[in-house]
Design a protein around this ligand. Sequence first.
Ligand code: NAG
Ligand code: NAG
Ligand code: NAG
Ligand code: NAG
Ligand code: NAG
Ligand code: NAG
Length: 618
Amino acid sequence: MKSTTKQPPTLVVLLLAITFALSLLPTATPADADPSDSRALSALKAALPGRWNTSASNACQWQGVVCNAQGRVIELHLPGVGLIGRIPNNVLGNLSSLNFLSLRYNALSGNIPSDFSSLSQLRYLYLQNNNLSGDIPAVLFSMKNLFRLDLSGNRFSGGIPLGFNNLTNLATLYLQSNQLTGSIPDLKIGNLKQFNVSHNLLTGSIPSQFCGMPSTAFEGNSLTACAATAPSANPNDSGGGGGDGGEKKKKKLSAGAIAAIVIGCVIALLVILLLIFFCCCRKKKKTEQQPGTSAKSGGGVDKTLVFFGNGPRVFDLDDLLRASAEVLGKGNYGTTYKASLDNGVAVAVKRLKDVTVSEKEFREKLEEIGRLEHENLVGLRAYHCSANEKLLVYDYFPMGSLSALLHGNRGGGRTPLNWETRSAIALGAARGITYVHSQNPTASHGNIKSSNILLTNSYEARVSDSGLAQLASPSATPNRVAGYRAPEITDARRVSQKADVYSFGIFLLELLTGKAPTHALLNEEGVDLPRWVQSVVREEWAAEVFDMELLRYQNVEEEMVKLLQLAIDCCAQYPDSRPSMDDVTSRIEEICQSTLTSGQDPLADIISDPENTPSKPS
Ligand SMILES: *[C@@H]1O[C@H](CO)[C@@H](O)[C@H](O)[C@H]1NC(C)=O
Ligand SMILES: *[C@@H]1O[C@H](CO)[C@@H](O)[C@H](O)[C@H]1NC(C)=O
Ligand SMILES: *[C@@H]1O[C@H](CO)[C@@H](O)[C@H](O)[C@H]1NC(C)=O
Ligand SMILES: *[C@@H]1O[C@H](CO)[C@@H](O)[C@H](O)[C@H]1NC(C)=O
Ligand SMILES: *[C@@H]1O[C@H](CO)[C@@H](O)[C@H](O)[C@H]1NC(C)=O
Ligand SMILES: *[C@@H]1O[C@H](CO)[C@@H](O)[C@H](O)[C@H]1NC(C)=O
């Protein structure tokens, strides 16, 4: 036994070394470009010089070029590199293995050449924000694999061709901000998820299959409002639509009816809730006299509400139940309401469902959570616990969560967030979580995501919902949390600090890319946010990955790239490879130091011009 113990370690080391070397191999020596593809790329460079860096001798190493193992070009990313002129004929069509082509934000004019018909593998075609003109060319309709097509922000004219119906895989069709005329044809593309024809010269009515889409997709035209009632007004709905799932056969409810039903349901729900609250309250007063086991923290024990901290106790459970309530959101562990008390104070009340621990454990855990006090945490002010009702009372933040701000899911649309604000939010959130982890080696937050990062009126981050993961089992929405959950976590209650670091990394990626981990683009492609970011070559991060709003801040590109790298480190597959939250905080402090100490009011330059700000001293 003993003699053999020497062998394995060296073997393991050897194997590790080989694996490591092998993993380095492909990036160290990419295949030489296929001669024909190489000629095509050179011809493109000659026709459209721009600021495209082609200094490497192997064309596969040119800026924005991605080759496969055979040296065939499969991706070409040249966004915003100042390409001026017409796309040359018989050049790009020769890159017949091309899967991804991005030439957005250049100054290309003319039309799309007909040799694009050879690009039968092409799935992504991004040509937005150029100066392309003429009719939308029929050559597009022979590219049967197109999945995303963005022609927005050009000068395309003429009608929208019915030929788009040939592109059965198309999920995105962006045609906004062109000069398209005529009416929207009867497009029946089964896969279409994103569609925008706003700011053209379109007339007529919006076909009924588009009625569910946001009105902003059609604004800036002379279109008549969506004919939502058309099916009932027109008895001739014989369903001649063909193979696209016959979704027109069922009568659609009008938008008004849907709104009425939704409002009705919400009101009914609130009434029921209030009734439940009142009933429980009555029962409690009669039956539940023993005030629970906890009396240790600074919290005095009210009959029904247990308070924390030294803040004024300006309400009791009755006040809370009498307050007018508004649903703020439904989370994995319950619904949160805004309760406006009679005295003008508003608090956030979370009603937990599916609590899986005993009442004793629940109270102990809440005492623990209630003791947490940090400027970047949302303080738990009080809780109520009875057999059938568990309520948590938090401070209320009218600005809502970062998720609402980033993705505009509270009706108001997106709020622009500048780089200073985003880096301050990243740092604040990191400090809050680091504080939670500093309590003891097993303390963890358990549910880090952008909707749990609330913001004060001055855009400071406050982390909420700490520790709830250990109390309740999340309702059956695994894919909603899956985007943030570390791969090793199979039971949501068994969280760890390293799993928090993973979730925080996803949150950082979301903050930088503006894409939620559940973004349709990612889900349809079956990749998660970290893999999507890593699929884009590092040199292209600036142009392809960052949130559009951040592209204006070119003088801080290096900081953004470093923060993105940190986010990727946090999302390492193996928990042991991830940094600790403490390291994460120090690295953010280091990376964003110059931004955050520049003394700028984070709100001041939300619409400032980065070109005018002096660049950093180097
Ligand atoms: C593209 O391919 C065609 C036909 O094979 C060839 O004649 C042409 O020279 C190629 N173009 C470039 C730029 O290599
Ligand atoms: C062009 O790319 C090479 C690497 O391929 C890099 O070393 C060089 O600095 C780049 N040149 C410019 C002007 O960015
Ligand atoms: C776009 O093309 C038109 C002609 O089609 C030209 O008049 C205009 O100056 C171009 N705009 C830009 C920004 O290049
Ligand atoms: C659409 O596809 C059909 C059959 O594949 C083809 O005959 C037709 O020409 C295509 N239409 C366009 C506009 O390319
Ligand atoms: C459509 O495009 C316009 C202009 O870019 C944009 O303001 C709007 O939000 C877009 N709407 C949708 C649903 O994509
Ligand atoms: C219904 O269809 C018939 C012929 O198929 C047509 O004459 C009539 O105008 C149609 N009615 C409407 C409301 O479209």
